[in-house]
Design a protein around this ligand. Structure first.
Ligand code: GLN
Length: 501
């Protein structure tokens, strides 16, 4: 019989990355294919097939994004308390498969139901796979950030390919092979296939994970444990009709967002009362990172909103002399840059750490903001190079995305990594859920920010260019200020973080 691999054997790996990282990499890659495939189709499908008005579709889209990330908080708690990471991930994946199959069967009638299964499923899947990556490393292992950067490439490979699935629905890909009336069924079906591959990858590799992600209540007697687990499964299913109602009516999103933040903080304070002072100091540091992450995502996520309208209205179609769709570039170039840059930056961190000159996480975060500010200044600068119709250069637009991507890579994977460093073992899922809750609030604020810089439909090209870019100038200032504040408070943060770098 094979001997179970122990945690020490996993964490004492030689080389740059633990081999289990690849299993999690591929599982997450396929999950993100499913998620971003669906996300990329949402707004288009609502307008084109469900015949919703643009404004309503935008709100509806924002609601799904806010819910999806808000549910990671709930998924994180139940993983910590009852299911463990593995069962949570499996359950979440299963819900996502069901959601995608429902959409593949009848995307019109099952639209909100299918999306809701995916929202709840992502809540159980997404934070917990990230926490498992953290468990592959010992405390203080300086290779952890690089591991998260590699994992982040996987996320973006999935996002990059998945984002293109919309072409099946629109009928610009596999046109001859799929009957016209079934195009959207096939497009949503592709997400179901991707999610199934994700889950199968996970099932086949989970034996290499030794004790990582096992249930936290293994010490309880079996019937009691099963009772708790089944209650979580049933509870999640009971939530589904409620979430359908809330997602299909975006007014409820406002209420939900107003409630979940305070609720999560109260819950956190109760959990913190069971900790030592040193543990709580680290949690306060984690909360500061999370707070800054809300600001980061509120600016970054203009990508899905105002920047996509800016691309439509004010960006030409010429990328380095080749004709290209500015909206296509807006949707996919960030993921492409991540795929190229993440491993390079990861190796850079590893080599800096060997020479003992790697910046700590606070400084990395600060740099992330400075890059974000520079990127939005670059978007702003497009007004100086536009033609008389207010059309700006796609080259500069793409360059701004290159700079945005540096910012993202200094913050997003580092944020995942720092959560796993700062949270005590029994709060890993909760803190990862809170990290993604910052994305939920960021998405939510991004919609409000985006709406505040939205020009009048009838404005001239030049006027639109001015309105959007004035907004981007303000965002650049907010980002730069946040970066400077972070770097300024880094001595305090370091005190709170103790031995964590
Ligand atoms: N793009 C990353 C992902 O999909 C980060 C998303 C986020 O936290 N807003 O995991």
């Amino acid at each position: 019989m094979n001997k179970e691999i122990t945690l020490d054997e996993i964490q004492d790996f030689k080389g740059k990355y633990p081999k289990q990282l690849w299993a999690l990499f591929f599982s997450e890659m396929w999950e993100r294919f499913c998620f971003y495939g669906m996300r990329g189709m949402l707004i288009y499908f609502m307008v084109d097939q469900l015949l919703m008005k643009g404004g309503i579709a935008n709100l509806q889209y924002g609601a799904t994004q806010a819910f999806v990330y808000a549910f990671t908080f709930i998924g994180g708690i139940f993983a910590d308390k009852i299911l463990g990471f593995r069962k949570s991930l499996f359950w979440g994946g299963l819900l996502m498969i069901v959601g995608s199959i429902l959409l593949a069967i009848d995307p019109v009638d099952f639209f909100f139901l299918g999306i809701t299964f995916n929202i709840v499923g992502t809540g159980f899947f997404k934070p917990n796979i990230s926490s498992m990556v953290g468990s592959l490393y010992k405390d203080g292992d300086s290779r952890r950030d690089a591991g998260f950067l590699l994992f982040y490439s996987g996320i973006n490979i999935g996002a990059f390919i998945g984002g293109y699935v919309i072409a099946i629905g629109k009928g610009t890909m596999f046109t001859d092979m799929i009957p016209v009336e079934l195009r959207w069924n096939f497009a949503f079906g592709a997400s179901a296939v991707a999610m199934s591959i994700s889950l199968i990858t996970f099932i086949y590799t989970k034996k290499t994970l030794g004790p990582i992600g096992l249930s936290p209540i293994l010490h309880l007697e079996k019937t009691k444990r099963k009772l708790y687990e089944t209650s979580v499964y049933i509870g999640a299913l009971i939530c589904i009709p409620l979430v359908v109602i809330m997602v299909s009516n975006s007014v409820y999103t406002d209420y939900f967002m107003m409630a979940i933040g305070p609720f999560s903080l109260i819950y956190l304070i109760i959990e913190m009362s069971k900790n030592t002072l040193a543990e709580n100091k680290k949690i306060i540091a984690a909360l500061l990172f999370i707070l800054f992450a809300v600001i980061f995502w509120a600016i970054f996520e203009q990508a899905g909103g105002s920047l996509s309208l800016f691309a439509k209205d004010n960006v030409n179609s010429n990328l380095l002399g080749i004709k290209a769709d500015p909206n296509g570039i807006n949707n996919s170039i960030n993921a492409l840059f991540v795929i190229i840059l993440a491993p390079i930056i990861g190796l850079l961190f590893i080599s800096m750490s060997k020479r003992k000159i790697e910046p700590n996480s606070v400084v990395k975060f600060g740099l992330g903001f400075l890059f974000l500010g520079l990127a939005f200044y670059t978007f702003y600068s497009m007004r100086f190079f536009s033609d008389k119709n207010g059309l700006g250069s796609l080259d500069i637009f793409a360059l701004a995305y290159l700079v945005v991507t540096f910012g993202e890579l200094f913050l997003s994977p580092i944020g995942l990594s720092i959560m796993t460093k700062l949270a005590p073992q029994r709060m890993q899922g909760l803190m990862m859920g809170l990290w993604f809750l910052a994305s939920a609030y960021g998405q939510y604020a991004a919609g409000l920010f985006g709406a505040s810089i939205s020009p009048d439909e009838k404005a001239s090209g030049m006027e639109k260019m001015h309105t959007y870019t004035s907004g981007y100038y303000d965002f650049a200032i907010y980002a730069l200020l946040s970066g400077v504040i972070l770097i300024a408070i880094s001595p305090l943060m370091k005190k709170l973080m103790g031995e964590v770098k």
